[in-house]
Structures are given as structure tokens and as C-alpha cells.
Design a protein around this ligand. Sequence first.
Ligand code: G
Ligand code: G
Ligand code: NA
Ligand code: MN
Length: 255
Amino acid sequence: MQLERELQQALDKGELELFYQPKIDIASDRIAGLEALIRWRHPQRGLLRSGAFIDDAIEAELVAKVGDWVIAAACTQLRRWQDAGLEFYEMPLAVNIAIPQINPDLPSYINQELQRTGLHPSYLQLEITESLLIRDLDRVAHILQEISHTGVTIAIDDFGTGYSSLSRLKALPIDILKIDQSFVRNLELDRNDSAIIAAIVNMAHALDLKVVAEGVETEAQLNILRELQCDEHQGYLYSEPLNAHDMTVLLKRKQ
Ligand code: G
Ligand code: G
Ligand code: NA
Ligand code: MN
């Protein structure tokens, strides 16, 4: 298959790259964590965002290979930042994990990479998309429990767009809810969106979960999120996803 061969070549030739987008603590206005987003420097088509190929990779059953590369690359970069003396205390780096990647080998692979890079597990976070959680919940929950026990934290991505009932979410070792950007986009105009976010925040805090709002682009949105007691924001208002070099510059400037 064409894509499979191309992606395998991309892996072999080092054409895959991680970009990083910060998450900001709303109360202190400081960077509280980073999310790694995969990019493909395609020799003909230029820099491809993950949306352009990650779903195909999942279908081609290449997602485990790509996912393993992402975990290793994220750990390597975090080690570099720590070695450079950048203040990373309790600032986790999140990687996106596709459900087909959640297999029985994942916990030991993650442990192996953390050990290789000498990182404490609390520096690594997994972001899992809610809409995909519906299938295989028991199997997924079991593997995530094993990972969570080591100290790796787990975020539910795109929260509010999937079908998970709260009782099903309760089966998972979740630390963070990321509110999908569709609830943030019209926050200034649509009172339903602020009501939904208020409800999510209340529920999350009652369950001792942190809440991150995604896709925050304006000060007005941020002000509403602050009033609604949302914990962190992420989006173009603060920074778009940056390559490792540009993120290093940002981290140094903000330190
Ligand atoms: O930043 P971008 O537009 O490319 O992200 C599009 C989608 O791809 C998002 O839903 C994001 O979670 C997903 N994504 C980004 N990087 C990765 C990755 O490394 N692995 C997986 N499985 N999904 C990713
Ligand atoms: O599914 P996930 O939440 O991981 O996807 C994040 C996607 O949203 C990435 O493609 C990222 O580039 C994009 N993104 C990040 N910040 C913003 C933003 O402020 N506005 C919009 N429209 N997209 C954003
Ligand atoms: Na994500
Ligand atoms: Mn999301």
C-alpha cells in the first residue's frame, strides 16, 4: 500500500517531527505543560499536519509504529530540555494516543522510554480522544490503569464531543479533561456553550480532575474561562504549535 510504504520511509528517513503547543495555567499565567503534535516534513507536499495522515496511519495499522516513534521522540526532547536547565518541574509533556495504540505492550514500552531517558513518569501525559473510548472500554481501562499506576497522567481529549457516559469515564484513571474547541469557539456569543463549560468544570472539580480549554483564540474567551474557573487554556491566543527550536526559545523567554 502506497501510504504504508511512504510512512515507513518517513520514519526511516526522519521526516516525522514533533511540534509543541503550551497549556497555560489561567490563575498564574504560566506555562503548565506542553502537548506534542506530530508533523510530517513531506519531501513533495511540505509540512503536513497530523490531520492529513494520522487517520490513514491508524487504518493502515501503522499507528503503533508511529505512536512508538512519538513517545520516544517526546521523551528525548523532554530530556534535552531538562538537560538544558529549563525549569520543567511538574510540567508534563503530553502525547496523543490513538485507541488502536493501546495494546498490552504499551505500558512496558512507555516504561522503557522513560528509563532510557531517565525521566520521572509524572513528566509524561497521555491524551486520549473521548469519542474513541466507547469501544473496548474494559480492555482500554485495564491497560490505562497499569500506565497510570506508574505515575504517568491521563487526559481525555476533545471532551464533550464523544458518547462516553460519565459512569463509563469513571472506569478510567483520568486526571484531566480537555474541553473540545467547539465549545470555546462561540463562547462570547452562545450562552449554551458557557453553561456546558460551567457544568463540565463543576463536575470535573468534584471528581478532582483538572480542566483545560482547547482552541482559545481571544482574550474575551479567556476572561469567560477564568470566570468559569477553568484551570488551563491552550490555543492560538498564547501560542500556535511550535517546532522544538522555537519552543526552546519560548521556554527560555518565559522562565
Ligand atoms: O495539530 P493537528 O491539526 O495536526 O492535529 C490534528 C489531530 O491529530 C488532533 O486530533 C490531534 O490530537 C491528532 N494528533 C496530533 N499528533 C498526534 C500523534 O502524535 N498521534 C496521534 N494518534 N494523534 C495525533
Ligand atoms: O484533537 P486535538 O485537540 O489534539 O487537536 C488539536 C488541534 O487543534 C491541532 O490541530 C492544533 O494545531 C489545533 N489548534 C490548537 N490551537 C488552536 C486554536 O486556537 N484554534 C484552532 N482553530 N485550532 C487550534
Ligand atoms: Na490532543
Ligand atoms: Mn482536542
